[in-house]
Design a binder for this molecule. Structure first.
Ligand code: PEP
Ligand code: MG
Length: 765
């Protein structure tokens, strides 16, 4: 019967010996290592020592070959001839099962287990009990250490733990070439080495090939075995003390605030004081490991366990626990936070990045970013886009599949990552990049060419921005101004609410950088998916339809007034253009406009300088406004169409949900007609109008927009070159006539008609 315990008669006294923990065993292993000789000889000696010490008749080591097969590398007790002969397919047998599960298997009757597989050449018939533990390195199994006994016995919990400690030490020794010859080592899979292709989501456009660097990379312990256990225990205590202090300090810095950051820090604090975690660490040190090796041992096990957890919340907490262990390793290594050296072509690998993390790296060396989690609206993606660094996210299992130093490709055009790509993939990638670079160079040459259509119509190309790092794109792209400055980005990348002077300073800097070029500031567009870690937000069932943007600003005017005050003060003596997001009724706009007037009056009363001109506009992002343009347009100085949101609300399709976001086409009669309504109404009333959604940066869509009569387009900086090339090849009147036709179409999409039209008119889309 599997699991029955029958103690072998002879072993009780000897067990007493083994129960003392792995310390003396580790000492013996160290002595064997010091003895010299070929690696295989040392490995043979090690399995012998373990067998004797664990009072096992068999001790074997299996390592994973590059082919993923498990191979018997050394044995005491099984037949010698089987060494380097017995091989098992991935998942085969109990050894395969230990590998698969990444955790120990302890059986009194191994042959009765459904996974048992019999290999006659090993001569393992007489052995009943089986204990296999994974050789874990950084949470991944590189092999399996097995002990077996004739008698049907269940190994005790402390025996399992001891064997796990030894397995970790052996895994490191294998990796360092001490136990396996260097020639052999090339064919042993110590870290993932096969090429892999992971599909994710594109968060920032672009292509990059470079060298993986793990953000918060685990610090590998240099020394595993302690010379003096007491001293190690003390080092561990000191380090955990520092760790707790660090967390307390971080929490104090956030006094009175709530949100995700605080939740994570609270979880850190809870774990840092967790008795179970601390006890596991202490036990590991007492067993003869250095403090670093102890942390690694506990961390490694947690990672293995984490991979098994079904519950997302639990997995998240285990992530926290793992991050904490990394922090502890860093403290033990005496590493100062943020002191990272990057290779010249670094691709940063992270679970997710917090506010400002990305900005701490040397930008000239950072070529790409891969994230396990995140979203288009997450801090990391926003900053990556602003810095022009290609970024792909939602790559599940990423950090376990890539090691620092691996070659990686970030494909921010498709939303994929290639890990350790094959040479042919690298070649294909390089030629794609070369074409892209060539095209970029061509477009760069257009930088100073004004955007006139062939029939002489001026098209104004503006860029969208949101951070100070965006500003250099003004000169780089030749944009004629900033058509949308997303002020909430400053709030989203900050650790706490930016104060009045910080807001004023940013706005003044934007205006300085723009000089004569126009800038349209959009007031805070928070809420929805743009949550601030430091502001308490109530959970909403439908955040996109919830309390966000101008709704928040009008209900809690203090924040909005502070922002308007900052804008007015920054624009002193210059023109200030400000617009409000997600307005759904003329009354909301009226109220918002009133707040601007009040702030101007406030500044005047105090004798503060005010802008030379103030223009107040509205973003058209909600369908309701389309049927009230006659009332709205006379009240406003300008409008800008936010097609990202307008499309989302027009088609009731969440823009952040990949399953539905591309389901409906902007180049379709209903969407084009909606835009046409705006274009015509603005023309009639002489209201300046621009488009500032992402699609203004796509040549075909921009072609259609110009065909509908729009002549001011604001877009992501990367769109300016391609759109300008399109404009220069365009006959606007012909485009207008053609577009009028497609508006009447009866299909769900007019894309192919518009493509044919562009081809017919020889437009460079
Ligand atoms: C839009 O909705 O089109 C827009 C430009 O605003 P945001 O993308 O910031 O919501
Ligand atoms: Mg919007």
């Amino acid at each position: 019967m599997v699991g029955a315990t029958t103690w072998g008669p002879a072993s009780m006294a000897e067990r007493g010996q083994a129960m003392r923990g792995p310390r003396s065993l580790l000492r013996q292993i160290r002595e064997a290592m010091a003895g010299g000789g070929p690696a295989q000889q040392r490995l043979d000696r090690v399995v012998q020592i373990i067998a004797v010490s664990m009072v096992a008749e068999v001790c074997s080591i299996y390592l994973r070959r590059a082919s993923a097969d498990m191979e018997l590398f050394a044995t005491e007790g099984l037949k010698r001839e089987a060494v380097h002969v017995t091989r098992m397919k991935p998942g085969e047998g109990l050894v395969g099962e230990v590998m698969r599960l990444n955790r120990p298997i302890n059986l009194s009757e191994a042959p009765l287990h459904p996974s048992f597989s019999y290999h006659p050449e090993t001569g393992e018939d007489p052995y009943h009990s089986f204990m296999g533990v994974p050789l874990l390195r950084g949470g991944r199994s590189v092999g399996v250490l097995v002990v077996q006994n004739r008698t049907a016995r269940v190994y005790g919990e402390d025996e399992v733990e001891d064997l796990q400690t030894i397995a970790m030490v052996l895994a490191e020794m294998v990796a360092s070439g001490e136990l396996v010859g260097l020639d052999e080592l090339k064919d042993v899979e110590l870290a993932p080495h096969r090429p892999e292709r992971l599909r994710g989501l594109k968060f920032a456009e672009g292509l990059a090939l470079g060298t993986a660097v793990l953000h918060e990379a685990p610090v590998a312990p240099e020394k595993l075995l302690a010379d003096d256990a007491g001293e190690e225990e003390q080092r561990l205590h000191q380090a955990t003390h520092v760790l707790r202090q660090q967390i307390d300090n971080m929490l104090e810095g956030h006094h009175g605030l709530v949100g995700q950051t605080i939740d994570v820090l609270e979880a850190y604090r809870m774990f840092a004081h967790d008795r179970g975690w601390n006890r596991s660490l202490e036990d590991a040190v007492r067993s003869g490991l250095t403090a670093e090796a102890a942390v690694e041992r506990v961390r490694s096990e947690q990672r293995a366990r984490m991979a098994q957890a079904r519950d997302a919340y639990l997995r998240e907490r285990l992530h926290d626990l793992e991050d904490l262990a990394d922090r502890l390793l860093r403290i033990l290594a005496g590493e100062a936070p943020g002191s990272r050296e990057l290779p010249d072509d670094a691709i940063l690998i992270a679970r997710n990045l917090g506010p400002a993390d990305l900005l701490e790296y040397d930008r000239s060396k950072l070529k790409g970013l891969l994230l396990e989690e995140g979203s288009t609206a997450s801090h990391a993606s926003i900053v990556a886009r602003a810095l022009g660094i290609p970024c792909v996210g939602r790559l599940s299992g990423l950090r376990d599949r890539v090691s620092t130093g691996d070659a990686v490709i970030v494909d921010g055009e498709i939303g994929e990552a290639f890990l350790r790509p094959r040479p042919d993939i690298i070649e294909a990638f390089k030629s794609r990049s070369a074409v892209r670079a060539l095209r970029r160079a061509e477009l760069d040459r257009l930088r100073d060419t004004p955007a006139f259509t062939r029939d002489g119509a001026k098209i104004t190309l503006l860029m969208n921005a949101g951070l100070a790092v965006d500003l250099e794109n003004l000169d780089l792209t030749g944009a004629e101004g900033i058509g949308l400055f997303r002020t909430e980005f400053q709030f989203m990348v900050a650790e706490e609410l930016p104060r009045l002077d910080a807001q004023t300073a940013l706005y003044a800097r934007v205006l300085d950088a723009a000089g004569d070029r126009s800038v349209v500031f959009r007031t805070l567009d928070l809420g929805g998916d743009k949550v601030l870690p430091y502001l308490k937000a109530e959970r909403e069932d439908n955040p996109a339809l919830g309390w966000r943007a101008v709704r928040m600003g009008l209900d809690r005017p203090a924040l909005m007034r502070m922002q308007l005050r900052a804008l007015i003060s920054a624009a002193r003596g210059r023109e200030l253009r400000v617009m409000f997001p997600l307005v759904a009724s003329v009354d909301e706009f009226r109220q918002a406009r009133l707040l601007v007037d009040r702030e101007i009056a406030w500044a005047l009363r105090r004798g503060r300088p005010i802008p030379a001109v103030v223009r107040v506009g509205v973003m058209i992002e909600t369908p309701a406004l389309l049927w009230h343009l006659d009332a709205l347009l006379p009240m406003t100085d300008f409008v800008s169409v936010g097609t990202n949101d307008l499309m989302q609300y027009l088609f009731a399709a969440d823009r952040g949900n990949p399953r539905v976001s591309d389901r409906y086409d902007l180049l379709s009669p209903p969407a084009l007609r909606a835009l046409n309504t705006i274009s015509e109404a603005c023309a009639e009333t002489g209201t300046p109008v621009s488009i500032c959604g992402e699609l203004a940066g796509r040549p075909l869509e921009a072609f259609a927009l110009i065909g509908l009569g729009f002549s001011r387009l604001s877009m992501p900086p990367a769109g300016i070159g391609p759109v300008k090339a399109m404009v220069l090849s365009l006959d606007r009147e012909a485009a207008r006539r053609g577009l009028a036709q497609t508006l009447r179409g009866a299909g769900g999409s007019a894309r192919s008609e518009i493509e044919s039209l562009a081809r017919k008119l020889n437009v460079a889309v």
